[in-house]
Design a protein around this ligand. Structure first.
Ligand code: ADP
Length: 591
């Protein structure tokens, strides 16, 4: 008997009911042997593998031992029954019409028939075929070894028919309950797979989290997943239960890949076991190769499930069972197809994520390259510039013609401007360099603001600007690098001075908000259009406003500010309107 009679892993309540139903089959079989005067009664259940599996046997000890685990092919039985006599639910096939060979019926009583015309022969067959309301064969009741050694009388037949009807009902109940238990178990597995797999970001992780639910829910010995390449060509990868890659023979991989596409197209999983034909374009010779491979890894049957999304097949899931285990049921196959769909979506998600991840890495590489380029170029410019400015200074003490002096001072202005760009570039690459970590300590922001206001006082006065500072009562400490934070404040304040026309005013405030120190620098100057605000903090960005561009600048000041603020774990916000003024707000972690 196969493990159909083993206690299942179904939810506790259902498996108890199945056990009770099996007990009732045993009672019916015993009723036949005890009250109908027969030595042996066996009840078999029809399974999806095309065999009748003996589920209950009563009577003769030898028969019980031999019949345990016996399977009979439904086709073969039907061929024999076709030659029998119709006794109601029962069919009687006298041995002389039987073609089956010794041993094919599982057990043949060791008796010598009576020398009478109605004597029972050890090879006679008395069987009730048990159909459901849809006319599908669901089981059989086989009766053997009459105590009186004779073929049953009409009265005995009536009694046996009653037992047969009872058996039919019991078999149907047991099958319905088993199906229900299967559905509950598989639905649970599917729920777990979806919940766990859909949030994973890589295929190995999907396998790792889905595998326990799949193996347990489907009572599989093991599983693997084969994926088709992203472009749908060539061979994908094969992953075993634990997420590691496994080696399948190349030929098997090729067959599986083709079959998966066909199976996905047909939306039909395939149960693979000896004696069952292949679909999805797998030839007989290929089937043999598959079985040889399964034998080599001691696998008796497998459930081959296509994985996909929409029209696209993404691979296949294979669930395996040991040679002696039950073959897959149709309920399991259809639940597995749903899982193939869920895994398909999860794989697609994971691929999108992997692609995104690769793209981010490429962008980061590009960014690093750009920073290195800027750093190298500005270093290379720095030395010749210093030398040019040095020589210009020497020439200042030399007596020269007026036109030459004019040219020299133009050259000096140009060189100084170039020097500012180079300095800004060097600072930008320094504060953006991951190899240059921030050494943070408590920095008094009030004194930084005071210094900066002193520094811009002259140019502000020259532009007729009012600079107001609203300092806090107490010193306010931010956590960071004093030189870098000084740069943040001076860039913001000098921008405010630069981009505010005569008569305007600038207001700087400092405050503590929770864990943060907030610096605001507001002006009623030119303002910045909404469009420009989008690109304000990019390197080399200069306004599209002609009035602003007319003032000298490198377009690096705010890029430097943003990098410094971000590497301090802070953030910067801007609020501005063209023609009305701007307000920059910097949030820094408080010390
Ligand atoms: P730069 O001032 O050297 O051009 P920044 O990076 O400091 O470079 O500023 C970028 C641009 O943002 C400036 O060109 C200017 O158009 C605009 N901007 C910055 N601060 C202000 C401000 N306070 N008011 C108006 N526009 C500003």
């Amino acid at each position: 008997m196969t493990d159909t009679t083993q206690p299942g892993h179904a939810p506790a309540g259902t498996s108890r009911w199945i056990d009770l139903s099996r007990d009732s089959l045993q009672l019916i079989a015993e009723g036949v042997t005890e009250t109908a005067g027969f030595g042996v009664a066996a009840i078999s259940v029809a399974r999806d593998d095309g065999y009748l599996h003996v589920t209950a046997v009563a009577g003769n000890e030898d028969a019980r031992r031999t019949l345990k685990g016996h399977r009979t092919a439904i086709d073969e039985l039907m061929d024999e029954v076709a030659k029998g006599d119709d006794w109601g639910l029962l069919t009687f096939v006298p041995h002389e019409r039987m073609q089956l060979e010794d041993g094919q019926w599982g057990w043949v009583p060791d008796i010598v028939p009576l020398d009478e015309p109605d004597a029972w022969h050890p090879l006679d067959l008395l069987v009730a075929l048990l159909y459901d309301t849809e006319g599908v064969l669901r089981g059989t009741l086989t009766i053997d070894l009459p105590e009186d050694g004779r073929r049953p009388s009409p009265a005995q037949r009536r009694l046996l028919n009653r037992y047969a009807a009872q058996t039919g009902r019991a078999v149907l109940t047991i099958l319905e309950r088993e199906e229900l238990a299967d559905q509950v178990r598989l639905a649970e597995a599917a729920r777990l797979v979806v919940r766990r797999a859909s949030v994973q970001r890589s295929l190995p992780r999907i396998l790792e989290v889905a595998q326990p639910a799949l193996v347990e829910g489907f009572r599989a010995a093991g599983m693997w997943i084969q994926t088709v390449d992203e472009d749908g060509l060539g061979h994908g990868k094969v992953h075993a239960n634990n997420g590691s890659e496994i080696e399948l023979p190349a030929e098997i991989v090729r067959i599986a890949e083709r079959a998966a596409r066909a199976a996905w197209h047909a939306q039909a999983p395939q149960i693979v076991t000896r004696g069952r034909s292949f679909a999805h374009g797998v030839t007989e010779a290929e089937g043999e190769q598959i079985f040889a491979f399964l034998d080599s890894i001691e696998i008796g049957s497998l459930l081959f499930v296509p994985i996909g999304v929409g029209d696209e097949c993404l691979g296949n899931l294979v669930l395996t069972r040991a040679p002696k285990a039950t073959v897959w049921s149709e309920t399991e196959a259809s639940a597995a197809l749903d899982i193939g769909r869920d895994l398909g979506s999860a794989i697609l998600n994971a691929r999108a994520f992997e692609r995104e991840h690769r793209l981010v890495e490429q962008l980061q590489e590009l960014d690093t390259y750009k920073s290195q380029l800027i750093a190298t170029v500005s270093h290379e410019l720095k030395n010749p510039l210093t030398s040019i400015l040095g020589h210009l200074e020497i020439l200042e003490s030399v007596e020269l013609e007026r036109p030459v002096r004019t040219s020299l001072s133009a050259m000096e202005r140009g060189a100084r401007r170039l020097g500012r760009v180079v300095d800004d570039l060097l600072l930008l690459s320094k504060v953006g360099d991951p190899g240059n970590p921030l050494l943070a300590r408590a920095v008094d922001m009030r004194s930084i603001v005071d210094d900066v206001v002193d520094m811009v006082a002259v140019s502000a006065a020259r532009g007729g600007l009012k600079v107001e500072v609203a300092p806090p009562e107490q010193p306010l400490h931010a956590l960071g690098d004093a030189v870098e934070l000084d740069r943040v404040v001076s860039n913001l304040v000098s921008n405010a001075v630069k981009y505010t026309p005569e008569g305007g005013s600038i207001r700087i405030t400092l405050a503590r908000q929770g864990d943060e120190v907030v610096l605001t620098c507001a002006d009623d100057g030119l303002g910045i259009s909404a469009d420009d605000q989008q690109r304000l903090f990019r390197e080399f960005f200069r306004s599209t406003n002609p009035e602003a561009v007319a003032r000298p600048g490198t377009g690096l000041g705010l890029a430097i500010v943003r990098r410094i603020v971000e590497r301090h774990g802070g953030r910067i916000e801007v609020e501005s309107e063209l023609g009305r003024g701007s307000c920059f707000r910097v949030f820094l972690p408080a010390a």
